[in-house]
Design a protein around this ligand. Sequence first.
Ligand code: UD1
Ligand code: CA
Length: 458
Amino acid sequence: MIFSIILAAGEGTRMKSKLPKVMHKICGKPLLSHVINTAKASGIDKNIVIVGNGSDLVQKGIEEEVFFVEQPIGEGVPYGTGFAVMQAKDYIEDDSHVIILYGDTPLITSETINNTIEFHKKGNYEATVLSADFDDPTGYGRIIRDSNGNVTSIVEHKDASEEERNIKEINSGIYCFNGKSLKLALDRLDSNNAQNEYYITDAIKILNDLGLKVGGYKILDKEEIFGINSRIQLAEAEKVMRKRINNAHMANGVTIINPDNTYIDADVKIERDTIIYPGVIIEGKSNIGEDCIIGQNSRIVDSHVGNEVDIQISTILESKIGDNAHIGPYAYLRPNSEIGKNVKIGDFVEVKNSKIEDNSKASHLSYIGDAYVGKGVNIGCGVVFVNYDGKEKHKTIVQDNAFIGCNTNLVSPVEVEEGAYIAAGSTITERVPKESLSIARARQVNKEGWVKKKGLKK
Ligand code: UD1
Ligand code: CA
């Protein structure tokens, strides 16, 4: 059995935020969720998250299935990474492996976690610390090794001697412990140090003093152990994560014209031969099919896009778009819109909570709200679905192959039956029967010579 204990009780004062630090997002997901997902991808059976500051917000905001344990926080209550781990002690099984992670260190990969576990098992260690060489190790705990390369202790920067401060190998804060040894060490931690905190790092010296072997697994990719304390570091971490995501899509056959200016959330799926132009933002749980073109500055949120869809400078929220549809430029699909195959939603067309069946067109300047639009319907320029009477929203139905002339108002609730035509400029308030023409506007009157008679001629 492998457990993880993910420390997420800290305050994160330097974020200057109402939100707990671990709930700040990169690539669409809270920092803590990235860590949880990585732990899960490493095959860790049970993930224990230690929460304290902002505990309610963390527990409410995390969608992943984890086991939360509260660390008491407050004046006079002990503090520190050791105290945090102690909270999980009762859940740790003797013959298990325990991986300790931080909720504010989201770039760690499952490959590294697995390599650490493997190193730990192979070396028959009771504890293994993940380390790295830093040119500037200021602030970090330093790794002290003996002549055999085994780790004997970790010294915090604040407690370190001049000589120890010259050590470049730092403690990432990520460890693998054998369950029994971890529990044994937790019972012996004290807070006799510069910060009066319980340090989990002291567990290393405790085990070493008991004659138990401790390993140090050094990684080369320092990005992985980058911890976030400020908004600047949040942006830096997002940049690394974004690059990983974009590289993975490109490796899968997606063209991204300028990956430095393309923003794709962690859970987005994109099929091969789709081309993504600069400035595109794809968020949440969106899926994009094959051979699509996602044109510049489009934003797609929690939406499903079929194959061979062309989207230009448009915003698409919680909607579905069928194969070979053309969207934009400057279209706005609001939540719960379902666009069929070969449909055209052209420039400055807004669609909300509506279904538009295959082969229909709304090419310019229309508002389609709370509507059902059948197959092969033509919606002329400037058509408005008048769905709101000032009190309530109503539904409009336009059946297959209807033709709605330019500047028509469809005052809902109203139905246009199959194959009917509506003359341009009509305001439709009643049912339009099948295959009929409806004209609902004043008849044109021409008054000959009127301008001259009025004395208006220049
Ligand atoms: C810790 C390590 C240090 C290491 C560094 C790497 C100790 C004593 N020191 O230092 O050797 O180089 O991480 O970043 O462990 N947390 C809790 N509850 C607490 C205290 C902390 O959950 O009571 C969480 C924090 O939210 C944070 C993590 O533990 O995610 C690390 O705590 P932090 O105070 O930042 O440790 P450092 O002083 O940076
Ligand atoms: Ca820290």
